[in-house]
Design a protein around this ligand. Structure first.
Ligand code: BGC
Length: 273
């Protein structure tokens, strides 16, 4: 069903958090297509996770997949997920810190619970998962037979790590935090050959932002923010994640790759300002 590519991740195991739908599932499928084993993590959508697992396992791919539940904001659940993953596949080579959500309100209407939930899942969740992955990478050491790097972490950020986003201050703050978490971990762990980067998607057609593209009027408005003049697809992110997890991008460390059709070019300034 999914065309095999170059087996660039053969023999490696990846955990993709929040991969029961949207960008996470596209990333998981892209890594599987490259030969990786996959842990499909979910917090609520078990059926969605099982569908991705079945798609990977029923295809003629080098790796296999399992679904594991964990709310990434809960330390014990994250540790249990890593324990089970390592028991099942032997080790972890790649972590894609993808799980994230939005709870959008004007600042004056935002409850502490709505602020906290977004920070807990989008930022603390990335810390908790990265910490477990780093512990495993340091404990096991290099695996030169599969990769030049001892381990790789990809943080799913957003254009809103740099573009302020009124009406979404919890989300934008979480992604700004992800940027400095990623960069600081990369500075700290580069000498251990743990390679850490972010992908910053722009507007990608997923359940998180359906209202922004599912009518012609909404899509026309959205396209004003995208110089390349199309809304992104989850597969656009999957393709970049597969390459960023592979040795082809071995010298890329501590940076954010924007995959946004030019949204960060601030197109409102064209002919203005
Ligand atoms: C958000 C989407 C939004 C996009 C561009 C993403 O990080 O989750 O809802 O459409 O940024 O603004």
């Amino acid at each position: 069903m999914y065309q095999k590519f170059n087996n660039r991740l053969a023999g490696q195991t990846a955990i993709v958090t929040g991969s029961s739908s949207g960008i996470g599932s596209a990333v998981a499928l892209a890594l599987a297509k490259e030969g990786a084993n996959l842990v499909i993590n979910y917090s609520r959508d078990e059926a969605g996770a099982n569908k991705i697992v079945d798609a990977i396992n029923s295809d003629d791919l080098a790796g296999t997949a399992i679904a594991l539940h964990a709310d990434v904001s809960k330390e014990d659940q994250v540790q249990e997920m890593f324990k089970k993953s390592i028991e099942h596949f032997g080790t972890i080579d790649i972590l894609v810190n993808n799980a994230g959500l939005q709870r959008d309100f004007a600042v004056q209407d935002m409850s502490l619970a709505d602020w906290q939930m977004v920070i807990d899942i989008n930022l603390t969740g990335q810390f908790l998962c990265a910490r477990e992955a780093i512990r495993e990478f340091l404990k096991r050491g290099p695996r030169p037979e599969v990769s030049v790097a001892t381990g790789k972490i990809i943080c799913m950020s957003s254009v809103h790590e740099v573009i302020p986003w009124g009406g979404h201050v919890n989300y934008a703050a979480s992604k700004g935090g992800v940027m400095m978490l990623m960069k600081s971990m990369a500075q700290e762990l580069g000498s251990k050959k743990i390679r850490i980067n972010s992908i910053a998607p722009g507007a990608i057609k997923t359940p998180i932002n359906t209202h922004a593209w599912d009518t012609p009027a909404a899509e026309t408005e959205l396209l004003k923010l995208i110089p390349y003049n199309r809304v992104g697809e989850a597969t656009d992110i999957g393709a970049v994640a597969a390459w960023l997890a592979s040795d082809e991008s071995d010298y890329i460390h501590g940076t954010t790759i924007f995959v946004d059709g030019g949204m960060t070019l601030y197109p409102g300034f064209y002919g203005n300002g």
